[in-house]
Design a protein around this ligand. Sequence first.
Ligand SMILES: NC(=O)c1ccc[n+]([C@@H]2O[C@H](COP(=O)([O-])OP(=O)(O)OC[C@H]3O[C@@H](n4cnc5c(N)ncnc54)[C@H](OP(=O)(O)O)[C@@H]3O)[C@@H](O)[C@H]2O)c1
Length: 306
Amino acid sequence: MEIVFNFYQWAYQYKYFSCLALVGAIAVLKLLQIIGYFIYTLVRPGKNLLARYGNGYAVVTGASDGIGKVYAQHFADMGFNLVLISRSIEKLQLVKNEILAKHSDLDICIISFDFSKGTAADYKPLQNQLDCLDVCILVNNVGIIKFHKFHEISDFEIENMVKVNEYSCIYMSKMVIPNMLKRNKRSGIYIMSSGLRTSISAYVSLYAITTTAVSSLAKSLWLEYSGKIDICCFEIGPVSSSTNKDKSIRHITAEQCVSSCLNKVGFDSISFGHWKHRILRTLTQYLTRKARIKRGERVYNLRKNE
Ligand SMILES: NC(=O)c1ccc[n+]([C@@H]2O[C@H](COP(=O)([O-])OP(=O)(O)OC[C@H]3O[C@@H](n4cnc5c(N)ncnc54)[C@H](OP(=O)(O)O)[C@@H]3O)[C@@H](O)[C@H]2O)c1
């Protein structure tokens, strides 16, 4: 206490006190602004996407399960027609039936496509199908997460992950943008990335590369197209899904994930989606090297055989 008092005395004496008080006041105001904005985002209602984009088709990749399936359900509830893409036509048919039971008036196209095999030429038939539709939303959701020791990753896994996580996002976005630019209304491209991109832990090297790539893509697309297209990148944290059965206080449900991401559309171009993941990101950036290794090891041991 005495040290602080002496410091202030010294600062006052040298007329630095008012400067320090000003800096302190700015810091407090900044903190209040951050907390205020955080609270505001929790209570702020989302945009009406049907009014924003008009009636059209919402395309969701990786729509047969997990977060993608919940996106499809939300868009159907809003009144959008759907194009659902993933490998398994049987799983897609089940999702389609489930949605049609609630919204029989919607047009739902299901397309089987394996993004791990997708070369530029393979995307052509997909493009022909989408070109016939008024696509107003694309959710680049498909993605695979694998935990590896870097030297153990096989060439097959590298290619697989890059193609599914990165190529899909690049080619799908490139495919829909020309027609989106011709629409009278705005459109939306949403990119599912991961908070692991920034709060790196051990054993996620390749996944972190792919999520960094799609986040960079989103930033660039935002600069180029945000006048006409909502480019939103969601760097989400852990979500319990069919592939991620790990459950902890950090996990949210796919339902929570999608509703919080959709609430950000039209406001934030890059966000963490759910408030829990915003806080998680703030805390994890201060993790030590040791803690990051331990964190990675825990998940690696849990999920290495998936
Ligand atoms: N869950 C998390 O904790 C978490 C955290 C951060 C970010 N994310 C990101 O969020 C997105 C969705 O995650 P999720 O947990 O919902 O995934 P998920 O439950 O594993 O679902 C993946 C979906 O993608 C499809 N799919 C997988 N490989 C495919 C391929 N080669 N070609 C076409 N479709 C394929 C699957 O259907 P088929 O089997 O029918 O093909 C399924 O519909 C991913 O991009 C992921 O990186 C998730």
